[in-house]
Design a protein around this ligand. Structure first.
Ligand code: SF4
Ligand code: SF4
Length: 174
């Protein structure tokens, strides 16, 4: 049977490790003070990291030209969501050319894994994942994103228009 290696006398003392760690911290502190441009950290929240245009952050429900929701309440996003965090309540629309629409669309963002499957599954460009990633909140309810938050939050400035055009769709018989 092979002999189990025993820790050396020195490794039983925490002090060398602590001094080594402090030395490393101190060296980097001096480097950062002398050359702040080379710091590998950011002064958050004043400075923010710029993610790529493909970054999948907070969801956006897109709108039509008239400002109403693009979503047709087909449930494909909810069906494909691996975290099962999308809940939709569909209703009939007054307009006979619109089959149905969501009277409630909610995402439990604390359960969301930001996989993007909802965006991929949507056949009408009604849900997108935008560049926002900061989601502070004080209560659980702050993390249940409803239609107001998903489509009409202030920074969307009236909503993001879908690239799908209804006129073109009707002409194409879709
Ligand atoms: S990003 Fe993924 S987990 Fe989040 S709502 Fe969409 S499908 Fe669900
Ligand atoms: S967001 Fe897209 S996939 Fe989800 S219910 Fe609406 S139309 Fe269907």
């Amino acid at each position: 049977m092979s002999k189990v290696p025993q820790p050396s006398e020195l490794s039983n003392w925490y002090l060398p490790g602590i001094l080594k760690g402090l030395g490393y911290t101190f060296t980097n502190m001096v480097k950062n003070i002398l050359n702040p441009k080379k710091m590998s950290t950011l002064n958050y929240p004043e400075e923010k990291y710029k993610y790529s245009a493909r970054f999948k952050g907070n969801h956006i429900l897109t709108v039509k030209k008239d400002g109403s929701l693009r979503c047709t309440a087909c449930m494909l996003c909810a069906t494909n969501c691996p975290a099962q965090c999308i809940s939709i309540t569909a209703s009939e629309h007054e307009d006979p050319t619109v089959e149905k629409y969501p009277i409630n669309y909610e995402i439990d963002i604390l359960r969301c894994v930001f996989c993007g499957f909802c965006e991929e599954a949507c056949p009408v460009d009604a849900i997108r994942m935008g560049p926002e990633w900061q989601t502070p909140g004080l209560a659980g309810a702050d993390f249940h994103y409803d239609i107001k938050k998903l489509a009409y939050r202030a920074n969307l400035k009236g909503g993001i228009q879908s690239s799908v055009d209804d006129k073109e769709r009707h002409e194409a018989g879709i």
